[in-house]
Ligand binder design. Structure first.
Ligand code: ZN
Ligand code: ZN
Length: 677
């Protein structure tokens, strides 16, 4: 028997007899309780039962790793299909992938309801307990087809996906098997902690013309605790969902008659947006930015020069054509496709809702002769842009068709790139820190060394990439370099925030650009008296106000810091008699630009508190006999904690300090409880 060398992750090389399995190697290296459910063999995912026939490297895949959880989920999808076919013998499994949170499987079967999921889940758990071994079996084309001849969906996959004459593999557990490339868990006891969550319908291959199928969704985790934690996070995510909270707290509205994906900022939501914009603007002024305003449309010619038209047409609203011209073309019997061609070729002109603010800012730059003394020129605008997202993609405030970017364009010399990128990053740091968003990471998008699609000089790219790297480094947070993720026109930095329940949100970006200055032939006079080309930096670090506020709603679960809270104080009277004092307190607060609301109605104090807490004010200010007599206030915090008899003047002073310091949470009521409600 010949021997092979197996390299382990720590660099050890062990000699084994050929034919040893991954499971045996890993048990030998890590002991019985290794917790791996598959392995990398020379970096490729394989089953634990894979026999090693030549020297290679082997690394176990733990169920808690990204690859491991994927295998666990896909294996649970198989188990689901086994359970469904045992309970519903006529059901035909089609496809069943792992997805971001769990897995699903689509079946051709009579419709079922959520109530039926319990029995299916029970069956899955029963099968998992039986702990059948999961086997990989290679079959030639003929055998493969004979295994699936009863299932036209699997036959379609075999006929479409496999080359003529090619076989494939099935995975078998007990008597049940599925067409699959694997890898899978070695045995079913790994799948004890499953939970079926919902049932919906889907079309075969996502095609509305094809058969309607039943889709069952589920979750699986390696341990009971992990499953409970996941379920808790899902509950918490539902509670925090900005679409729900946005409605409950009256922050924004989407109206079908206005249009899908077009946000109407209601008064309360507008306060949050305005406070954020003011905060960002303050720091922009401090950093030497100039505010500009530009219109919502631009001529097609502008976007021909910038390259946004016709190349990115799919992601934009269709162009607007001048009324007279439109009438003339219609009279001539011009069809829509002819019109599109005329616009594409530049034979007729029109306007476009702006998909980006950059071309407008470029025109402000080029409106004057520029010299090196003008640089860096930093133009900032909360600029509204429009993109045509597919209707299926639109969701709340985070995927929309019109949005306002916290946009700015910096026109800089090559030598200034590093410092300016750093300035952009500093701003992000200040704002994230104020908002308590301390868990974020940064991705630096670099060019693909094997591609030549990039504009600009390689030496310039090297410098710009270094600038992005060192800026990312300076943040002191986790950052990664991602080769091939740069745009063709320059490297970039992306910000990804992780919220309290572990979800990641991609916010905005800082992007170096060698392309637009070229396309618009921008120049400045250097101190050598020669003309030079500036470099542009696009930056919208928070993405858009819509997305950012959507993320903040979920981040704070609607419980905003006082400075962002739409109504900061809700003043509540205990009875009729305290009306006048309430008005006096409200006037004093308003004078200090504190946002207040008075409830001096007849409801009981208990009822008033219940009503008002729904709107999550920073404080409820409760006023009764004692307060009116002594010129004090009693405060009630969001979690129900209370403090009484604060002198009115002291309260106003402290509240103003809390707001101007932008404290991350209301802090005038000392915490009396172990945990928040
Ligand atoms: Zn499979
Ligand atoms: Zn831009």
């Amino acid at each position: 028997m010949s021997m092979i060398n197996v390299t382990l992750p720590d660099g050890t090389i062990n000699e084994y007899a050929e034919g040893i399995t991954c499971a045996e190697v890993i048990t030998d290296a890590l002991g019985r309780k290794h917790g791996c459910l598959a392995a990398f063999v020379d970096g490729v995912e394989k089953d634990m039962s894979t026999k090693l026939s030549s020297s290679c490297s082997v690394k176990g895949i733990l169920s808690v790793s990204e690859e491991g959880i994927h295998i666990l989920r896909h294996s649970a999808a198989h188990l689901l299909a086994q359970a469904v076919t045992e309970l519903y013998p006529g059901a035909l499994p089609t496809i069943g992938p792992a997805i971001e949170r769990g897995f699903y499987y689509d079946f051709k079967m009579d419709p079922i309801t959520e109530a039926d999921l319990k029995a299916i889940q029970k069956k899955m758990q029963f099968l998992a307990k039986q702990n059948a071994v999961v086997e990989r079996i290679e079959l030639n084309e003929e055998d493969l087809k004979s295994h699936f001849e009863h299932n036209p969906y699997k036959m379609e996959i075999i006929n479409d996906k496999l080359e003529d004459g090619a076989g494939s593999t099935i995975y078998k557990q007990g008597e049940w098997y599925d067409l699959c490339l694997g890898p899978h868990v070695p045995n079913l006891s790994r799948l004890m902690f499953v939970k079926l969550t919902s049932v919906s319908s889907a079309y075969w291959r996502g095609d509305q013309e094809r058969e309607q199928l039943v889709r069952i969704y589920g979750l699986v985790e390696p341990t009971k605790d992990a499953l409970q934690a996941t379920l808790k996070n899902i509950e918490e995510a539902k509670k925090r969902d900005h679409r729900k909270l946005g409605k409950d707290l009256q922050l924004f509205h989407i109206d079908e008659e206005v249009g899908q994906g077009l946000i109407l900022w209601t008064p309360r939501g507008s306060i949050i947006r305005q406070e954020l914009q003011d905060f960002i603007s303050f720091h922009l002024r401090r950093q030497g930015y100039s505010q500009v305003f530009t219109p919502h449309v631009g001529k097609l010619d502008l976007y021909r020069t910038s390259g946004h038209f016709p190349y990115y047409q799919e992601s934009q609203y269709p162009p607007l054509v001048e009324k007279d011209l439109m009438k003339k073309l219609a009279d001539e019997g011009c069809s829509c496709s002819e019109l599109a061609n005329l616009m594409k070729s530049g034979d007729i002109d029109g306007y476009m809702l702006k998909p980006m603010n950059c071309p407008h800012h470029v025109k402000i730059y080029s409106s004057q002769a520029r010299s090196y003394r003008d640089l860096p020129l930093r133009l900032a605008e909360f600029g509204t842009v429009y993109r045509w997202e597919q209707s299926g993609e639109i969701s709340g405030m985070t995927r929309v068709r019109g949005f306002t970017q916290d946009d700015a364009h910096l026109f800089v010399t090559e030598e200034q790139i590093a410092e300016e990128v750093l300035g952009c990053i500093e701003l992000v740091q200040i704002i994230f820190n104020k908002l308590g968003m301390t868990d974020y990471r940064v991705r630096v998008g670099l060019r693909d060394p094997d591609s030549d699609k990039y504009v600009g000089q390689p030496e310039a790219w090297d410098k710009a990439e270094d600038a992005c790297r060192s800026a990312a480094q300076s943040l002191g947070v986790e950052w990664t370099e991602e080769e091939g993720e740069a745009a063709f026109y320059g490297p970039k930095i992306d910000f990804v925030v992780r919220d309290v329940i572990g979800r990641e949100w991609q916010l905005g970006t800082v992007q170096v650009d060698y392309n637009l200055p070229e396309r618009f032939d921008l120049s400045y006079k250097g101190n050598d008296g020669e003309m030079h080309r500036p470099v542009m930096i696009h930056r919208a670090p928070f993405g858009s106000m819509e997305r950012f506020v959507g993320v903040l709603i979920e981040h704070f679960a609607g419980k905003f810091p006082t400075w962002l809270t739409p109504t900061q104080c809700h003043i509540i009277t205990i009875s009729e008699k305290h009306k006048q004092y309430a008005q006096e307190v409200a006037d004093l607060l308003k004078e200090k630009e504190i946002r207040v609301l008075i409830d001096d109605g007849d409801d009981t104090i208990g009822k008033k508190i219940r009503t008002h807490r729904k709107m999550q004010p920073a404080y409820m200010v409760i006023l009764g006999e004692g307060e009116a007599e002594n010129r004090t206030v009693s405060l009630r915090a969001r979690n129900g904690d209370q403090v009484s008899d604060l002198p009115l003047d002291q309260f106003i002073e402290d509240l103003m300090a809390e707001i101007s310091n932008k404290e991350s949470q209301p802090c005038l009521v000392p915490s009396q409880q172990q945990s928040e409600d």
